[in-house]
Design a protein around this ligand. Structure first.
Ligand code: FDA
Length: 287
């Protein structure tokens, strides 16, 4: 009797591998090395979120400390990105701050940089406040801000005014229309507005989108404002555009997730773009 659960999990992992490097750090290293031959830097992310056990959150933080050492030892052109609930925010704020503080100290010692991902709205306020606190002590930390959130204009202003570094993305969670813009046009307009605030007032930031119109708007405006920024895109999405931007002289970084907890991340990638449902169905049918 075949192990059906194992078979299904194997098939889903095969689809998920469009967006994740694999289950091990070595898989992420291989992808990072490939990208670096094209002058694309990497942001390495250990998959995992909404962790509910203290030991697991501390283990994830410890794993990040190892990842930072390995990035340094192996001279990988890259930094890391951490999810707040992966290191304790869904359990206890002080555990989160303790774990993130250790990661930031180690990254600073090694001359590396840490991005903090932004998760669902129950964690937004705590994440922004913690970021602003950490920013007083660490200059090697940036924060993702979601353009679909109505509160983001205020957050962007607060962060930029305190010299913080933002990664502007559209936002990937299912949220209520009371707190987010739902229509694509509104989200894109807010993205463009926040991007302009950063171009005018920030010292450095990242444009994290695959949206052709917004990317080209940023490219156009950059020749007027000369603010330091980079494009960031996810592994497995718009690879040709990454190369085109590098060839045009822009800095491009690729977000490379790896690890065994690939389910939630991969589901967000599959469901945010209709064509991926066909990809999933095709892969399941062809076995
Ligand atoms: P949009 O969804 O409008 O897509 C624009 C185009 O990109 C599409 O037409 C298609 O060509 C391509 N595309 C986009 N997604 C695709 C997919 N899954 N499969 C195939 N093609 C696709 N979110 C969050 O909430 N917190 C965070 O911390 C981060 N961090 C982050 C880092 C980086 C580097 C990036 C690029 C993105 C994030 N995100 C994120 C995810 C982000 O919020 C958003 O969900 C996705 O980037 C998709 O939105 P786009 O901006 O690409 O636009």
């Amino acid at each position: 009797m075949p192990d059906l659960a194992g078979l299904l999990s194997g098939l889903l992992l095969r689809v998920a591998k469009h967006w994740i490097a694999g289950e091990t750090f070595e898989d992420a290293v291989m992808r990072a090395q490939q990208s670096s031959t094209h002058n694309i830097r990497s942001i390495i992310n250990l998959l995992g979120e909404e962790i509910t056990a203290r030991e697991e959150a501390s283990a994830a933080a410890a794993e990040y400390l190892e990842i930072l050492k390995k990035i340094d030892r192996r001279r990988i052109q890259g930094c890391i990105s951490v999810k707040p609930t992966q290191v304790g925010l869904s359990i206890d704020e002080s555990l989160f701050k303790d774990n993130l503080g250790k990661i930031l100290s180690s990254a600073k010692f090694l001359g590396n940089f840490v991005w903090v991902d932004m998760e669902g709205s129950p964690f937004t306020a705590q994440t922004v406040d913690a970021y602003l606190d950490f920013r007083k002590k660490f200059d090697n930390v940036g924060l993702a801000i979601q353009a679909y959130l109505k509160r983001s204009e205020e957050d962007v202003s607060r962060i930029v005014d305190r010299g913080g570094i933002i990664r502007l993305c559209k936002g990937g969670y299912d949220e209520s229309p009371e707190i987010v813009y739902k229509r694509r046009k509104e989200i894109d307009e807010n993205y463009s507005k926040l991007m302009r605030i950063m171009l005018e007032r920030s010292k450095g930031f990242a444009i994290a989108t695959h949206d052709e119109k917004l990317i080209e708007e940023a490219a156009r405006l950059s020749s007027v404002h000369h603010t330091d920024f980079e494009f960031q895109m996810l592994m497995g999405i718009r690879d040709k555009k990454k190369l085109e931007l590098v060839n045009r002289g822009f800095r491009v970084t690729e977000y490379i997730p790896f690890g065994k907890s690939w389910w939630a991340y991969s589901m967000r990638r599959i469901t945010e773009h209709k064509s991926n449902i066909f990809l999933l169905a095709r892969s399941l049918i062809s076995g």
